[in-house]
Design a protein around this ligand. Structure first.
Ligand code: M6R
Length: 437
């Protein structure tokens, strides 16, 4: 068999008396952990026992094997009904693995793969975070942290927009690209553009050896393990975790406020346990979902960081349940969206940002007055009891609350979809890796 890689990913698995080709690694983790990764325009000739590599001019190439340490059981359902459910419940482990050695109690954060200097970080005038879908939502939370903690001007861009909008970039720009798969065509194109304009590029991905890792100046990995379900869950919470540690790493190099950093570090280390506690206390979500699976619309509201959770919760719900859903900044409600509220509309609100709680509650009262049903996700002890349902999540450092507040919403989207008897892992019209524009 002769294969060539062109733009889309191509991975060759080396077996014992058998070899494999596929577009991603999880496809044959059961069969081998040894892979060869092809670059664009490289060829391979496979026989049962041999693999030979050639460049575009058919000169022979030597390639090293990439060994993947993901185990096969983590790419199997492991007793869960669906991959998505398994991946939701794997979040405590994924977060713990992602923290890894970057953050150890009482020590400064480490990113051996970056090794940035104070001189380099002080020269950065602007950071762009570029990604698609869920990965972009992780970037929104990182922006707030970078601006508030490191005081670096940061913008978040959707990759398919960034690549065509002639962004202002120079050698004092750092561009961070987030991609679970590392194969998203728009994100990779945006990275190439940023590089060509002189920016320093950093890729955050979950997949070793993926295309993005070969393009970026620097790479840092989340360690969520293979994510099989199309709907991203553990990759998202791992991305925010890694980005939070990255922000602390920058802040420590730049000598920023150490009190804030100390609390943030302590809170990150507590996250796996808090995610575990949360997962043990939301088993009534499927029952709540039964009431709403026939709804036509669901709206999500939030202010500040809670908006990011609203946007991600809404994406989760629409992509797998096919229910129309939208996220709004709570304060925008009266500028138009409130016209959509009618009797029985479900409005889901996230309330964790200190100082904004009372304002958001008054928005919720406005939709209740118009007949909406309400689900509230909060880490506060609220006295208002006229919500249809309230889910209490563990309290953490406010910058980290999006990591916990999304978990009930992932389970809600999952439960609604099961209720509709749809394929949770493989929603219609979607692919896990979007390798074309
Ligand atoms: O692999 P990537 O992180 O680059 O993928 C980006 C989006 O395609 C992805 O997050 C998508 O939005 C998910 N299906 C959402 O659950």
């Amino acid at each position: 068999m002769i294969v060539v890689r062109k733009d889309s990913p191509l991975v060759i698995g080396k077996g014992d008396g058998e070899n494999f080709i596929s577009s991603d690694i999880p496809a044959y983790l059961k069969l081998t952990r040894n892979f060869y990764l092809l670059k664009d325009n490289e060829f391979a000739v496979l026989t049962q026992n041999d693999i030979k590599f050639y460049d575009n001019d058919l000169n022979p190439l030597q390639k090293n094997i990439t060994k993947i340490d993901w185990d096969a059981t983590s790419a199997e359902k492991n007793g869960y009904e669906d991959f998505m459910l398994k991946e939701i419940y794997e979040q405590p482990t994924a977060i713990r693995e992602t923290i890894g050695n970057h953050l150890i109690a009482g020590q400064v954060c480490q990113f051996d793969e970056l090794n940035f200097s104070k001189e380099f970080l002080s020269s950065i005038q602007k950071i762009y975070i570029v990604a698609c879908g869920t990965a972009m939502h992780a970037g929104l939370t990182a922006k707030t942290m970078l601006e508030n903690i490191c005081e670096i001007n940061t913008e978040v861009d959707i990759a398919s927009e960034f690549r065509y909008r002639n962004p202002l970039i120079n050698k004092n720009t750092l561009c961070i690209f987030i991609s679970q798969s590392g194969e998203t065509a728009d994100t990779i194109a945006a990275l190439k553009l940023a590089k060509s304009k002189g920016a320093t590029t950093l890729a955050i991905t979950n997949v070793e050896g993926s295309s993005i890792t070969r393009e970026a100046d620097f790479v840092s990995y989340t360690h969520a393990g293979p994510e099989i379900a199309v709907a991203s869950t553990k990759a998202y919470t791992s991305q925010i975790t890694l980005l939070a540690i990255l922000v602390i790493y920058f802040a420590e190099i730049l000598n920023k406020n150490s009190e804030t950093l100390a609390d943030l570090k302590k809170s990150i280390l507590e996250l796996p346990t808090k995610a575990e506690q949360l997962l043990n206390h939301i088993e009534d979500i499927p029952e709540f979902a039964k009431e709403f699976y026939q709804n036509k619309d669901v709206f999500f509201l939030g202010r500040g960081l809670d908006y990011n959770t609203a946007a991600e919760g809404s994406l989760k719900l629409k992509e797998i349940s096919y229910i129309h859903s939208e996220a709004f900044y709570s304060g925008e409600l009266k500028h138009g969206p409130i016209a959509l509220i009618e009797s029985g509309t479900l409005v889901i609100s996230i309330l964790t940002v200190p100082d904004l709680i009372e304002k958001s509650i008054s928005n919720i009262q406005e939709v209740i007055t118009r007949g909406a049903k309400t689900l509230v996700i909060t880490d506060k002890n609220l006295e208002h009891t006229n919500f249809s349902k309230m889910i209490k999540i563990p309290e953490t450092n406010p910058f980290l609350s999006p990591i916990l507040s999304i978990i009930p919403l992932q389970l809600f989207a999952y439960s609604i979809t099961k209720q509709k008897d749809l394929d949770v892992d493989k929603p219609r019209n979607l692919a896990k890796s979007v390798t074309v524009e």
